[in-house]
Write a protein that binds this ligand. Structure first.
Ligand code: ARG
Length: 708
């Protein structure tokens, strides 16, 4: 599962679990509880404790954070990295044109020279992690009011970073909160920014099932792509892209296994889960359901309908918006599914019952008495509800939803006059020509529809000033207003420097529009920020109380996009009383291909249809089932950000890549349900089969030590 994109507004606005039952848990590795390790062994993990984190050839050393939104794994001595197709999607898209559409046709670099560099992509290796809570406590962190703590943490992070960099300039240090800020760990990373695309299957396979099958089981998606890390030729260390860089020679890589798995086998996933909220209060869950998920799903539904209409009408538009659409649709569907599960499982009620237990515990022990206060929490969340709802509507309507909106907000950043007072630097903005990433007709339609939708859903007091203008000058016609902005504003000019000065910038209607919508944003965020510290403090107490109440059990912290291990077993699933198996086969994909009204999502080129219809899959056939197995299920605990995570067998070999979760457990981010929650992975035998028979990528197979 790919990490939900952050809601930061680029460059402009400074915006801003649980105890272990059964196999649940996203564990940090350096302090993995012994009890968890023992449990892993009973399931069939065959390696010593040190093989995970601290040993010379520890498994974690080949796991990477992939570009800040996914995970990946190094699989060869020449720095080859596997991740998901949907994680490489934007890279693949950006190299695609109508003439050579790698997205559609797939891509295989037959030599190093043909491997394609990617701007703004990277992989990070975790080098070390440690708990620094005691040090921070000694330095007075918890004596500060909660809203002053992050400043303090930043300053400590700065000092520690400098120390780390002085010893090794290729390292970076990061301090992050764990257990809702009851603990803090410092982690060091080494980042490599020269990352090149090496191989991808056609989208028909890499995204087989498309949006229809997303978050669903059974699944046949061959969701992987292959990149290579490049390094400085002299040091074998990180280097900015250069044609002289050479393939990175890692000390550690994971061995690809073609041995497969069977029901009940040990399985372990290591990767970078983004966010979970398992300690969240019942009030927080309600806010999530009604003020975040619900409006997010509503607005995106409106936007996506327009996008898909334009994409279907024009192939060039489809290419431009493929990845934007997928990104939007992913958490649109997730929001819908999560809300459905919150209700059907009764998660808010369960949490309320749990909070009663905490209260009783407080009453008998006095723990955090007078600090953790459920009435106060209720009150704070009630105060925030309306503004949070407006905020979600605002973000979903105006933040990077159309190119015009993006520029209208971005340009405001250029307005601050920098430099000394007597000689202020001339301010300008310059939009690079990104015309291959957006389409005017679609952009205008989306912008107009979202303006309309925003008004229909938020209280009139949160309407930006431009709405009065829309009514007065354009008779309430959003499309006319948008046409006017496009025609009269300089914002859509690309390539030239746009100079502003304090006097004239408001004359531009696009800039004025940006100021109007930004004013509402500022108002709303201020109200949210005013309540945030106290809410955060209450949630921190709640987590603290839970961990204390259950101190005999090992606990893991909510995901925060740091490396985590989750373990369990290969395990089937029962949906609605019906068994849904634990793997899918080649027959099931052939059956689906080009069927019914799902032609778009289940399309496959004749060549791939033939390959998947093979009578004999040779060594890729599962020995037990006698079938070619495609995707499989484990009960590993994962979430967005885990996409591309290696799935290991009991010997630490690579049997799959995690790429999704299932529909019936979309509330897992809030409460893990061991009966329903599954991790969906693509089988390495399927991965290598297509590399071999479709790609004829012999040089890559050889490099991974897979004989032809
Ligand atoms: N749900 C998966 C994730 O979050 C896959 C997303 C990409 N696939 C798609 N059909 N949009 O990582």
């Amino acid at each position: 599962m790919r990490k939900k994109s952050s809601i930061l507004l680029a460059g402009l606005l400074a915006l801003s679990a649980g105890s272990a039952k059964a196999d649940e848990g996203m564990w940090t590795l350096y302090n993995l509880p012994q009890a968890v390790y023992e449990q892993m062994k009973t399931y069939g993990f065959n390696l010593p404790y040190d093989a995970l984190y601290s040993g010379d050839d520890a498994i974690m050393k080949s796991v990477v954070n992939f570009s800040g939104f996914c995970s990946g794994v190094v699989v060869s001595p020449d720095g080859l990295v596997f991740t998901n197709h949907h994680c490489g999607f934007e890279a693949i898209r950006s190299h695609s044109t109508v003439e050579h559409d790698y997205m559609l046709n797939g891509f295989y670099a037959k030599s190093y020279e043909e491997e394609l560099p990617n701007e703004n992509m990277f992989v990070s290796f975790m080098v070390e992690q440690k708990d620094i809570t005691d040090e921070l406590t000694k330095k007075g962190l918890y004596n500060l009011p909660i809203n002053k703590q992050s400043e303090f943490l930043d300053s400590i992070e700065n000092v520690m970073s400098k120390e780390v960099k002085a010893a090794d300039p290729t390292l970076r240090l990061e301090i992050k909160p764990y257990f809702e800020g009851n603990k803090f760990y410092a982690t060091t990373y080494r980042d490599f920014t020269d990352l090149r695309l090496v191989f991808t299957v056609p989208k028909s396979m890499g995204k087989f099932g498309g949006e229809t099958d997303n978050w669903m089981w059974p699944r046949q998606t061959c969701d992987y792509s292959v990149f290579r890390i490049y390094a400085d030729p002299k040091t074998n260390g990180p280097a900015a892209y250069s044609k002289d860089n050479v393939p990175y020679r890692p000390k550690h890589w994971t061995k690809v296994s073609l041995d497969g798995y069977k029901d009940g086998d040990f399985a372990m996933t290591i990767g970078y889960p983004g966010t979970t909220n398992r300690y969240l209060s019942s009030y927080g869950i309600k806010e999530r359901r009604d003020a975040e998920n619900a409006p997010r799903a509503q607005v995106r539904g409106v936007k996506q309908q327009i996008m898909i209409r334009h994409m279907r009408a024009d192939e060039a538009v489809r290419i431009k918006y493929d990845s934007k659409y997928a990104q939007s649709s992913n958490y649109w569907k997730n929001s819908i599914g999560m809300n459905k599960c919150i209700d059907s499982i009764g998660i808010i009620r369960q949490k309320q019952e749990f909070e009663q237990r905490i209260k009783a515990y407080q009453d008998t022990t006095g723990y955090l008495k007078g600090k953790l206060d459920f009435d106060k929490m209720k009150d704070l969340y009630a105060k925030r509800f309306d503004v949070q709802y407006v905020f979600t509507n605002w973000i979903e309507a105006f933040n990077r939803t159309s190119e015009f909106n993006t520029r209208a907000l971005q340009v405001l950043g250029g307005m601050e006059v920098k430099g000394p007072k007597d000689k202020p630097a001339k301010q300008y903005v310059q939009f690079e020509d990104n015309s291959n990433a957006w389409d005017e007709a679609l952009d205008k339609d989306v912008m107009a529809a979202l303006l309309k939708n925003y008004r229909e859903h938020v209280d009139a007091k949160y309407l930006p000033a431009c709405y009065a203008k829309i009514d007065k000058d354009f008779g309430g016609d959003y499309k006319k207003f948008v046409d006017y902005l496009y025609a009269k504003s300089i914002l859509m000019k690309s390539g030239e420097k746009i100079f502003f000065n304090k006097k004239n910038y408001k004359n531009d209607p696009g800039v004025q529009y940006g100021l109007d919508i930004k004013a509402i944003y500022d108002e709303v965020i201020e109200k949210i920020r005013a309540l945030a510290p106290e809410i955060k403090q209450q949630e921190r107490y709640l987590c603290d109380a839970k961990v204390r109440m259950e101190e005999d059990l090992p606990h893991y912290s909510d995901a925060n996009f740091t490396m985590r291990l989750s373990y369990g077993q290969v395990k089937d699933l029962v949906v609605g009383g019906k068994p849904a198996g634990y793997y899918t086969t080649s027959e099931s994909i052939v059956e689906k291909m080009n069927t019914g009204d799902k032609v778009v999502d289940y399309y496959a080129e004749p060549e791939l249809r033939d390959l998947m219809s093979a009578k004999d899959f040779g060594r890729y056939t599962d020995k037990e089932s006698g079938k070619m197995q495609l995707c499989f299920l484990t009960n590993n605990d994962i979430t967005g950000g885990n996409s591309g995570s290696p799935m290991f067998d009991g010997n630490g070999n690579l049997i799959g890549l995690a790429f999704d979760g299932n529909w019936d457990s979309l509330s897992s981010d809030i409460r893990f349900d061991p009966v329903l929650a599954r991790c969906i992975g693509v089988d390495m035998r399927y991965v290598i089969y297509l590399m071999d028979k479709w790609g004829h990528a012999d040089r890559l197979l050889k490099e991974m030590g897979i004989d032809k």
